[in-house]
Design a protein around this ligand. Structure first.
Ligand code: TYM
Length: 330
């Protein structure tokens, strides 16, 4: 039986938070043995916000090193850079002619980002989810492992696949989101009503994958909790609930075990332990990251090999699409 296909990606727009790790990359690693996985560095997406060219180059390479350091194995999955595969931009154009302005303008991420940018909202920010749909549909992905915030974009990808299939004939697999029950929405340490994000103005709100131990200790110590004083996984205690999810993700202990362990013990000790659990969880990733970054030739060989495979697979879909639309395919 053919393996099911998995596709996902992260933007190379700066350092990654533990939200990106817990919500996405950590789950990708566990899928690579069983599925045919494509993990992309979505640089085309990242330029919807102005990027300094020098930084974009650096962030792209660093993100590949993070992928590898987290345990993605290029022998098992395809790791590549989006701009190396021109089919993404090409299919995105086709799909944009089938996307409704109304649906795109209802995208939460677009509404939030355009508010932040102010008056001059670029068209790329608006059509961003169409490019994301193209990413996924090109590989005939069955499953897309993402955090909760991408669910709406996934709906669009499904709608576009169905619309195309209905208008022409079955062409695209209709993908399913793979969103874990726990860890799909890691919240800001400073405001547990808000998603943890690297674009947060307050750096105490997020922990970066590459943060130093002393920074992690400080940020966890300052994390907002409540006055209830019980380590319990409950919606009434969103701050503590979030910290328990982080603890569980890094320690692999169940939520119930964590609650039991801290029965009758205050937040101070819980936070101290949590900081160490995160530091120890990130340590091997940080060490491997440093060694991959020292080996640029290897990184180059990984993304080149990934692009070759991705080009081959995505072109098969794109040619099919072009033929069905009525383009003369040469
Ligand atoms: P991006 O780069 O913003 O985030 C990458 C992944 O991290 C997840 N994530 C979180 N999960 C839990 N808690 C958080 N606080 C948190 N913050 C981020 C995101 O849900 C995502 O899975 N549009 C996408 C990138 C993309 C993509 C794709 C993803 C482009 N094409 C195709 C899947 C398939 C994005 O901006 O992710």
């Amino acid at each position: 039986m053919e393996k099911k296909v998995v596709f996902s990606g992260v933007q190379p727009s700066g350092s990654l938070t533990i939200g990106n790790y817990i919500g996405a990359i950590k789950n990708w690693v566990s899928l690579q043995d069983e599925y045919e996985c494509y993990y992309c560095i979505v640089d085309l997406h990242s330029i919807t916000v102005p990027q300094e060219p020098k930084n974009l180059r650096k962030n792209t390479l660093e993100l590949l090193a993070v992928y590898l350091a987290c345990g993605l194995d290029p022998e098992k999955c395809t790791l590549f850079i989006q701009s190396h595969v021109s089919a993404h931009a090409e299919l995105s154009w086709v799909l944009s002619t089938m996307s409704y302005m109304g649906q795109l303008s209802r995208m939460t991420q677009y509404k939030e980002k355009s508010q932040r940018v102010g008056e001059n909202v670029n068209a790329g920010l608006f059509t961003y989810p169409v490019l994301m749909a193209a990413d996924i549909l090109l590989y005939q992905a069955d499953l897309v492992p993402v955090g909760e915030d991408q669910k709406q974009h996934l709906e669009l990808a499904r709608d576009l696949a169905e619309r195309f299939n209905n208008r022409y004939s079955p062409t695209f697999k209709v993908p399913e989101p793979l969103i874990k029950k726990e860890g799909a929405r890691i919240m800001s340490l400073q405001n547990p009503q808000k998603k943890m994000s690297k674009s947060d103005d307050n750096e105490n709100g997020y922990i970066l994958i590459l943060d130093k131990p002393e920074d992690i200790r400080r940020k966890v110590k300052r994390a907002v909790t409540d006055s209830i004083g019980v380590v319990r996984y409950s919606d009434e205690q969103p701050g503590i609930k979030n910290l328990i999810e982080i603890y569980s993700a890094f320690s692999k202990d169940s939520i119930e075990d964590i609650e039991k362990r801290y029965e009758g013990i205050g937040y101070g000790k819980f936070k101290e332990d949590l900081a160490e659990v995160v530091i120890e969880g990130l340590r091997p990733i940080q060490e491997k990251f440093d060694s991959y970054m020292k080996n640029k030739d290897y990184l180059e060989s990984v993304y080149k090999q990934g692009a070759e495979k991705a080009r081959y697979i995505s072109n098969k879909t794109l040619r099919k699409v072009y033929r069905k639309i009525g383009f003369i395919v040469n």
